[in-house]
Design a protein. Sequence first.
Length: 268
Amino acid sequence: MNADQAVRDELGSRWSRELREWAIPDDLLAVAPDSPWSFDPRAFSPFYDGPLNRTQEAIVDLLDRSPSRSVLDVGAGAGACVLPIGSFIQSLLAVDRDAAMLEMLALESESIPQLLVETRVGDFFALEPDLELYDVVTSQNVVYNVDDLFGFLGGLIAHAKVGVVLEMTLYHPHYGLNLLWRQFHQLERPTAPSAVEVIGALVMMGMTPKVALGAGVRRASDPATQVISTRRRLCLTPREDVAIQSALEQGLVLPNPTVTLVCEFADG
């Protein structure tokens, strides 16, 4: 094994190990009213008003390089990222493990007449052998769910002709609640991994990602739904809602900005 492969293997192993450290203790899961890993699909509905975010701008910029304007969205959900830029896309393959979310996407896409949409339900690794090439491959907030970092990134790159656009939070999506885990459960949560490891992996794979910090894809949210979402993630019950609301109002949620990574292929 050469030195480069050893460094790559170490990063891949560290990524996997650090993700496992985010597991929630079994005793808390046993009494949790709802799964802390679930979410309200309505929060992932697309917004069509307001400016595009950095991820959407990057996708549009890459699509300008190809007349076919095809997009593969891995972990597309209900289309919050791609449907607001649907007028720039000719064909879209949306992949997600959640069939209900993809049904929402397909229904919503009917309002964009020129957009040809196909959906496939399943895990990206299982579906990948049957996927074709697309001008742009994008994925938002999926990478922290993936144990095989290099396999996932390699799969995205392998199916892109013009480039890849990744969106993720700087730290794990649950990182922002670390102080609340301490307050309600006296539990110290991890801080790793982060987008830094993803950037490092891409560089090891020969990519030169452009990095931008900014707001992510907009999500439907209001104070009441924030309390409900926080309660679910913390494995709490409605009895703690007042305390949760107080903690949120005190600004105890740690900053966790969105990172957009753009890998543009010179020969795309």
